[in-house]
Design a protein around this ligand. Structure first.
Ligand code: NAD
Ligand code: MG
Length: 407
């Protein structure tokens, strides 16, 4: 995943320049918290958001980046006025072009890819093309475009370090030469842990009535709404199975999902000799963020020490595929290959938004995805155009079934 030369090696002096895509979100805010602990080591080059003017401007006051990007042009105009009146030198850009520009700046050495959903694909690919160190939180980008994305990383000598806590844990538990192939380095399988979300033990007959607030109330992690709903359906784990296949060059049958409600073990790697290596910690995203920023070194993250006496028990269960049909749908899409994962992802984004907007019930989310996967034929995912076309037709079809009540 990471190539031989580190981008940290390329610039000998001064703090490392970092650009944050999705600075106003949960991961963006945690990243800024880590940066604020190491002002000598990191400086913020650009901060970006979709349309959250107030929060982005306040972050600009605190971190004084060279650029701020708001994708929404009206929001960019508003931010520009506020930034000027605050006496800041930050230049405000808008549109996807603005995102693509700031990731490729020479001063940008690391890019935190923390936009939610398919919207992150183009700027994250632009960071890969520009040969940057990518700290990847935006799993949807990799799910959609796995092969193209990994090829761009390779051919542009970029680095890809996983932020998703499970993948970061797997990375930490893998031998350093795992890119030779898992079989070659003696890795038998990956044990991908999952909390099981807020409805792990709920009576299945009540799931049709759960509200967006209940679905977003994750027992262990405080996250954005979309990933919180994905955790409640376990589509998040499905997307993570696909993400792990691309990051570690393996297939879904080598990835075992393990329900671990305490979220203390963040994932494990099982070896041929019977060893199982794990990474543990408190469930706080600042650990994987600090790990990926500092890699191959280590630095403090602000996360409290893990107290095993306080934790006391670690539990494990098999996932219940009937309670969580989204997990099976994701395995199926990855096994099918081509544009099927992009179709799965697009239908899921539409279904989750429809649930958050109270247009469909929680248990209809997998139905929308399944009907869309059955209807939209998958094709080979050889170009970005093919992937974006699959994404667009799946979105349109999923919207039509949400609107028509066909689910
Ligand atoms: P969030 O909803 O809190 O934040 C999303 C960010 O993306 C915001 O800054 C928003 O302005 C920006 N954004 C949204 N739509 C956009 C668009 N169309 N164009 C440009 N920017 C846009 O989300 P989050 O919880 O921080 O998650 C971000 C990503 O990280 C997701 O892919 C998620 O799966 C992944 N992730 C999050 C966590 C977590 O703990 N929150 C853990 C693992 C992985
Ligand atoms: Mg995760």
């Amino acid at each position: 995943m990471s190539t031989q030369s580190s981008s940290l090696d390329r610039v000998p002096d001064g703090p490392v320049g970092i650009t944050i895509l999705g600075a106003t979100g949960s991961i963006g805010v945690s990243t800024l918290d880590v940066i604020s602990r190491h002002p000598d080591k990191y400086r913020v080059i650009a901060l970006t958001a979709n349309q959250q003017v107030e929060r982005l401007v306040s972050q600009c006051r605190d971190f004084e980046p060279q650029y701020a990007v708001l994708v929404d042009p009206d929001a960019a105009d508003k931010a520009s006025v506020q930034i000027k009146s605050a006496g800041l030198d930050t230049q405000v850009l808008s549109g996807i072009e603005g995102l693509e520009k700031v990731v490729a700046l020479e001063e940008t050495q690391q890019v935190m890819a923390a936009i939610v959903g398919a919207a992150g694909l183009r700027p994250t690919l632009a960071a890969a093309k520009a040969g940057k160190r990518i700290l990847l939180a935006n799993k949807e980008a990799l799910v959609m475009s796995g092969k193209i994305f990994m090829d761009e990383i390779q051919s542009n000598n970029a680095e890809l370090l996983p932020i998703d806590s499970e993948h970061n844990a797997i990375f930490q538990s893998m031998p350093s030469d795992y890119s030779k192939g898992l079989k070659t380095v003696g890795v038998k399988r990956i044990l991908l842990t999952a909390s099981g979300g807020p409805f792990r033990e709920a009576d299945v007959s009540t799931l049709g009535r759960v509200t967006p607030e209940q679905a977003c109330n994750h027992p262990n992690w405080k996250m954005g709404k979309k990933i919180s709903v994905d955790s409640a359906t376990m589509m998040n784990k499905g997307l993570e199975v696909i993400e792990a296949c691309w990051l570690f060059g393996t297939s879904p049958d080598k990835i075992q999902v393990v329900i671990h409600p305490e979220s203390v073990i963040h994932s494990m790697v099982a070896y041929d000799d019977g060893s199982v290596l794990a990474q543990l910690g408190n469930p706080d995203m600042r650990t994987p963020i600090a790990h990926a920023m500092a890699w191959p070194e280590r630095m403090s993250s602000g996360v409290a020490d893990l107290d095993l006496f306080e934790t006391s028990q670690l539990n494990f269960e098999r996932p219940d595929m009937e309670r969580f049909p989204c997990l099976q749908l994701a395995y199926n899409a990855m096994n099918q290959g081509g544009t099927a994962p992009a179709i799965l992802n697009a239908a899921n984004e539409v279904a989750v938004q429809a649930f958050l907007d109270n247009k469909i019930s929680f248990i209809k989310i997998p139905n929308v995805i399944k009907i869309t996967l059955d209807e939209i034929e998958s094709a080979e995912a050889l170009s970005l155009a093919a992937i974006l076309a699959a994404d667009a037709s799946a979105r349109e079809f999923a919207q039509s079934i949400v609107a028509g009540g066909m689910q």
